[in-house]
Structures are given as structure tokens and as C-alpha cells.
Write a protein that binds this ligand. Structure first.
Ligand SMILES: [Zn+2]
Length: 411
């Protein structure tokens, strides 16, 4: 069993710290798709990769890709990665940690004769900040990025303009695809939530990336005088919406794993002495099993319909997004559990409530994620943290995973 050098944890933390300096906004960590400081991030990691004997290229959408070639002819490729872009005023670890972990694992295993090549992926875009679409980077690997080239940002610049402006060639999109035999994709990522902290575990194996619906519910009644209209003659749109909101919270609390959120609510005309004639609210509902989510959504829409009818309020739904859940690969999950188990580390399984590049890569190859505890559950925030001991544990599990994978490939 190979153990990572104890100093490697500090290397990982230092790399995250250094990369945080490359921001497009002074005094904060902000790196949107193909912003100029992306070049410095690439240069920093390319330098590390070359010291590890890896060859590095930047593909047509700006993904940084460093390969450690196996000495075995026609060996399959294991991809390890995450994203290099950030939300505005981000923390130091969301995305970056997963890329840095890839290089750190190669640093540990570079001298070994592996039966597979390793490609470390630093995706150029995952957060969807600049163009409002996510996963431009990973979608290029699975061949679904072309339709994104015409998407425009607020200034009217398209993804294609950004690509060309950065000096890349959109004609080379085909070469960005993951070609050859892929063994799978492994992503390390901070949890960005409170579950592992609550369980007292440093690491967690992701079972699935949740499926979700996002929609707006619109209730239309009749605005009228708050003093002169008796309760039995009202058509209060907000009262119907309020009943729906309470039902959403109740149902989610009563359904294991379900999360339902009403994050926006609007009442019109919006005066203290006027009965709301119109009300709208958002619904964001997520679960790791699509059937559970679909049944819950159906129930909630029935509640909304019922509460609207009871007040002679009309009701309609405006859907914005429906995404199916993406289960992680069973064999890769088992290897992660086995690795953590052998090392005596707790390895609970948990669902990812947020989207990740792994859900895109899973369309084409076995994909798995290992979550690293988020102290204080803080993420998308400059105070985002990781514990050094959890990074050490992730490195150890990662190395063991790679060793075990080598055994399965060699067998
Ligand atoms: Zn992320």
C-alpha cells in the first residue's frame, strides 16, 4: 500500500491558496469563464504538471488537460478533475481543490507502473456565471458543448467570441472530446453543505446528484379593499400561495431526502390595506430518486390547485427546469468505500444537492465523487474552508482508490 507523502497535504493547501490570487477582481476571488487570469492558473498548474512528467494542453473551450501516460500500450484513461472557474467573491476550494487533488495524486503515483493513463482535468467553466449556462467545460468532453457556442452574455458576446478572443479555435471542439477508452471520472469536491460536519465525518461518498424541478406558481385572484371585503367574499391570491408554501415545507420534512424551497414570493399590488389580487412564488424541489420527486411535485401542485379553487383564485405553473437525478457509478463507489474502510476512515454515503461536472461526465463513463467536509458548511463565500486532516484523508483514499483500480484493470 502506497502512502502519500505527509507534506503533500500542505502542497495541496498551498496550491489552493496560490491559485486564489489569480482573480479578475482585486481583493476577492472571482474567475469567470476565460477571464484573463485563467492564463495564470493554467501556467501555475502546467508548471506543476511538467515537473510530474505530464504533458499539458488547453482544449478548444479552455479546459486545462494534463496527461500522465501509462507505459502499457493502448491503456485506458482515468480522468480526475473539477472546475477552475468560480462564482463572484468565491472561496479557495470550490472546484480548485478537485483539480489540485488530481495533480497531488499523480505526484504520489508518478513513479508507479500504472495500467491506465491519468488525465487531470481543470474545467474552464462550471458555475454558469458569465453566460448563464453551466458545464461548458465538461460538456466539451462528452460532445454537447457545440450548441452552447451561440449563447450570449449580458454584453452580447457569445461563448464562441470568448473562445476566439482567448486565442482558442472552436473548430477544434471535436478534439476536446474524451476519446479512446475511458476508465471513468473521479471528482473530489468540498461538500458545500452541513451533512458531513453533522455526522462528524471528514469524507463522504456521493450516492447520486439530485434531480430537480424549478418552477414558478402564479395565483390570480381579485385585489380589493382590505376593510370592506368580508373574508367569505375574498379572492386572496397570496393566501392560496401561502398555504402552498407551508405544504411544501411540511411534505419535504416528512419525505426522507426531499428538499423543497420557496425562495421568491411576490404579492401584487403590494399594499398593507389591499387584498393581494395576484401572487407568485418559486419552487425548487430536489431528490436523488426521480419517482419520489415526481410524486412530491404532483402532490404539491394538487395542494396549490385545491387552495386556489377554495378561494376562487386561478392558478398556473410556469416550468423553468427539469433535470433527472444522476446516480454515481456503483463500482467506483464501492472502491471508494473499500479504500476508506481499509484506512479506518468513516465513509458515509450522501447525496449531492448541487450540480457538479461529474453529472456531465457520467453521461459517457463511470463517474464518482468524494466529498470533503465543509467546516461551518460555508461555500460560495470567501471564508470557505477545508480541514487539513480531511485533505490528508482524501489523499489517502484517493491513492488507495487508484491502487485498487489498477488491480481491477490489471486483472
Ligand atoms: Zn464546484
Amino acid at each position: 500500500m502506497i502512502s502519500p507523502d505527509p507534506r503533500l497535504t500542505q502542497t495541496v493547501l498551498d496550491a489552493c491558496e496560490s491559485l486564489a490570487c489569480y482573480s479578475e477582481v482585486a481583493g476577492e476571488i472571482t474567475r469567470t469563464y476565460l477571464c484573463p487570469t485563467t492564463r495564470q492558473v493554467h501556467a501555475h498548474l502546467t508548471d506543476w504538471a511538467s515537473r510530474l512528467g505530464m504533458s499539458t494542453r488547453v482544449d478548444a473551450v479552455g479546459n486545462l488537460r494534463s496527461r500522465l501516460e501509462s507505459r502499457v500500450p493502448d491503456a485506458p484513461t482515468l480522468y480526475i478533475g473539477s472546475h477552475l472557474d468560480t462564482v463572484p467573491n468565491a472561496g479557495r476550494y470550490d472546484g480548485i481543490l478537485g483539480v489540485v487533488m488530481g495533480y497531488a495524486l499523480v505526484e504520489t503515483l508518478a513513479g508507479q507502473a500504472l495500467p491506465y493513463s491519468i488525465e487531470v482535468l481543470g474545467f474552464s467553466e462550471e458555475e454558469g456565471v458569465r453566460f448563464g449556462v453551466s458545464f461548458i467545460g465538461s460538456r466539451a468532453l462528452v460532445g454537447t458543448a457545440e450548441e452552447l457556442l451561440s449563447v450570449q452574455d449580458k454584453s452580447g458576446q457569445s461563448v464562441q467570441d470568448a473562445v476566439v478572443g482567448y486565442g482558442l479555435d472552436p473548430q477544434e471542439l471535436l478534439q476536446a472530446r474524451a476519446s479512446g477508452q475511458a476508465l471513468g471520472y473521479l471528482e473530489f469536491h468540498i461538500e458545500q453543505g452541513p451533512v458531513l460536519q453533522n455526522l462528524g465525518a471528514g469524507l463522504g461518498v456521493v450516492s447520486a446528484i439530485v434531480g430537480q424541478n424549478r418552477l414558478t406558481l402564479e395565483f390570480t385572484g381579485q385585489a380589493s379593499h382590505a376593510g370592506t371585503t368580508p373574508m367569505y367574499l375574498r379572492r386572496d391570491a397570496l393566501a392560496a400561495a401561502a398555504r402552498f408554501m407551508v405544504a411544501a415545507e411540511d411534505l419535504a420534512r416528512a419525505t426522507p431526502g426531499l428538499v423543497a424551497t420557496v425562495g421568491m414570493v411576490e404579492a401584487r399590488p403590494g399594499a398593507g390595506n389591499v387584498i393581494p389580487g395576484a401572487a407568485s412564488c418559486s419552487l425548487d424541489i430536489r431528490h436523488e430518486h426521480d419517482d419520489v420527486r415526481a410524486t412530491a411535485l404532483q402532490k404539491l401542485l394538487e395542494v396549490a390547485q385545491h387552495e386556489a379553487q377554495a378561494r376562487q383564485v386561478s392558478f398556473r405553473v410556469v416550468p423553468h427546469m427539469t433535470e433527472a437525478a444522476i446516480p454515481m457509478n456503483t463500482q467506483f463507489k464501492a472502491l471508494l468505500h473499500q479504500a476508506a474502510g481499509e484506512l479506518g476512515l468513516p465513509h458515509p454515503e450522501l447525496v449531492s444537492g448541487a450540480g457538479h461536472d461529474a453529472q456531465i461526465m457520467a453521461q459517457q463513463m463511470p463517474a464518482a465523487m468524494l466529498f470533503v467536509r465543509s467546516p461551518n458548511a460555508l461555500s460560495h463565500h470567501p471564508d470557505e474552508m477545508v480541514n487539513a486532516e480531511d485533505v490528508t484523508a482524501a489523499l489517502r483514499v484517493g491513492v488507495r482508490f487508484l491502487e485498487q483500480l489498477a488491480e481491477t484493470v490489471g486483472a
